[in-house]
Design a protein around this ligand. Structure first.
Ligand code: GAP
Length: 445
């Protein structure tokens, strides 16, 4: 892990964003828990995606399919046969590594070396399926083997007809879903970047064959716009088209949205053209018609699918990495700050009395009670004002409001801006409007 990444990970634990799972028992590799600040940020990311992808669109509806599905789904979708990573074993250190990631792997015995450099003897590559198997049913021997879903997408494909029959949607339209997915990843790491249990936000956009390339372009541009609207810096985002040799078994084309992480450019979201691969296979596998009636062609047609597919956790890490900064203040001190977009800040306004006497706590509580109905607020009277500011900088609170002696006299309060460190006196009765305007005007270079 790079130094920068280590500091982001340390802050995420220190401030209650992300904890290693089962930590008191030594942890479980590649699984993480979200703390009080983290669960809030994660919800805000998911809500923003849902607003943008479903609520504010007339051509996309939502779905929440189950994690456990008939095993047949995964046979027909090609995941049982094709969702594999090529693995090699080292006969010397007994490690098992992904063949395509040998350069980034570490020998189990010679820690500074990759399996290509340590001199160990590697086996020929063998395919390793990434799906977790489990049993459904009370009696172990008779129970059916099923899988934990490795992508949410198949829940949408198998419900295509249900959605068509129960709503007024017409091609082209999309079905969006958020939910957990599971992969028995061989190479994990980058904290929540690659985990075995993670959450996806996916949308399958069904369109007429022949219009798919145009929609593919459209959705790549739309998704990049969403990432920028989230406050992630434009210069740190790019779209990289997949080479033919990298395409997943179902894809005709794919553009990855990539972010420049501390370790380099890496995928945050894929926007794939899945053609009619999934619906055609499920139509054949289930014997149920999964086509729509094309009135112009006077024929039944299996639609093509464009799929923007992002990871919630990977988005969370991207937002955190992008917001994190260690800054030298005008007085020479260093501060750690998260420049989160105010719409994503777990706390938007922190309200403090300068001291715990002279009517200041009462006045600050009054302001807190008023503002908390409009913003995510926190009241804090513990510790020095400097420490309270520093704590809130680290958790990304964009505005701190301090009630002091003058507030009791003239009804004004100090608003401190996280990013510029500017402080302004604002009449308490104008606070809500002032903060609303400042949040709406937020930008970042
Ligand atoms: N339905 C298509 C699909 O699942 P994918 O590229 O395998 O495509 C989509 O996954 C997104 O899910 C990725 O861009 C990434 O953000 C997230 N993702 C995939 N595997 C992950 C893992 N092991 N841990 C965290 N996020 C993951």
């Amino acid at each position: 892990m790079t130094d920068h990444m280590e500091r982001v990970v340390a802050l995420s634990k220190r401030r209650g964003f992300v904890f290693p799972s089962s930590e008191i028992y030594g942890g479980l590799q590649a699984t993480y828990d979200y703390g009080p600040a983290g669960v809030e940020l994660k919800r805000l990311i998911k809500d923003d995606w849902w607003r943008d992808m479903v609520r504010e669109r007339e051509d996309v509806v939502g779905l929440d399919a189950s994690i456990l599905m008939a095993a047949r789904v995964w046979e027909v979708s090609g995941h049982v046969a094709g969702f594999n990573d090529p693995m090699v074993d080292c006969k010397t250190c007994k490690g098992r590594f992904r063949e395509d990631k040998l350069e980034g792997s570490v020998c189990l015995k010679k820690k500074g070396k990759t399996p290509l450099e340590c001199g160990g003897e590697l086996t020929e590559p063998r395919l390793f399926n990434l799906m977790f198997k489990t049993k459904a049913g009370p009696i172990d021997e008779d129970a059916a083997t099923i899988y934990l879903r490795p992508e949410t997408a198949q829940g949408i494909f198998v419900n295509f007809k249900n959605v068509m029959d129960s709503t007024r949607v017409k091609i082209p339209f999309g079905v969006a879903q958020q939910g957990k997915a599971f992969r028995n990843e061989i190479v994990t790491g980058g904290q929540i970047f690659r985990m075995r249990e993670f959450e996806q936000m996916e949308m399958e956009f069904f369109c007429a064959p022949g219009t798919d390339e145009e929609w593919h372009e459209y959705w790549q541009a739309e998704r990049l716009r969403w990432w920028q609207d989230l406050g992630v810096r434009k210069a740190k985002l790019r779209i990289r088209p997949h080479g033919k040799d990298e395409l997943a078994h179902y894809a005709r084309g794919c553009g990855d949205i990539e972010y420049e992480y501390p370790w380099g450019w890496d995928e945050v979201e894929g926007v794939a053209n899945r053609g009619d691969y999934d619906l055609s296979h499920h139509q054949e596998g289930s014997g149920r018609g999964l086509a729509y009636r094309d009135d112009e062609k006077k024929a039944w047609v299996v639609p093509y699918v464009i799929e923007p597919s992002g990871g919630v956790d990977r988005c969370f890490l991207t937002v955190l990495c992008d917001a994190y900064e260690e800054e030298v203040k005008p007085n020479g001190e260093t501060r750690t700050v998260l420049h989160l977009h105010p719409k994503l800040a777990p706390t938007q306004v922190a309200i403090f009395p300068l001291v715990k006497k002279l009517g200041m706590p009462e006045k600050a509580q009054e302001i807190y009670a008023d503002l908390k109905t409009r913003f995510r607020c926190l009241y804090d009277q513990a510790g020095s004002i400097g420490k309270r500011y520093a704590r809130n900088d680290e958790v990304g609170t964009p505005f701190c409001v301090t009630v002091d002696g003058d507030s009791i006299e003239d009804g004004t309060v100090t608003v401190r801006h996280r990013d510029s460190l500017e402080q302004e006196r604002v009449p308490a009765e104008n606070l809500a409007a002032y903060l609303g305007d400042a949040m709406a005007a937020w930008t970042r270079e």
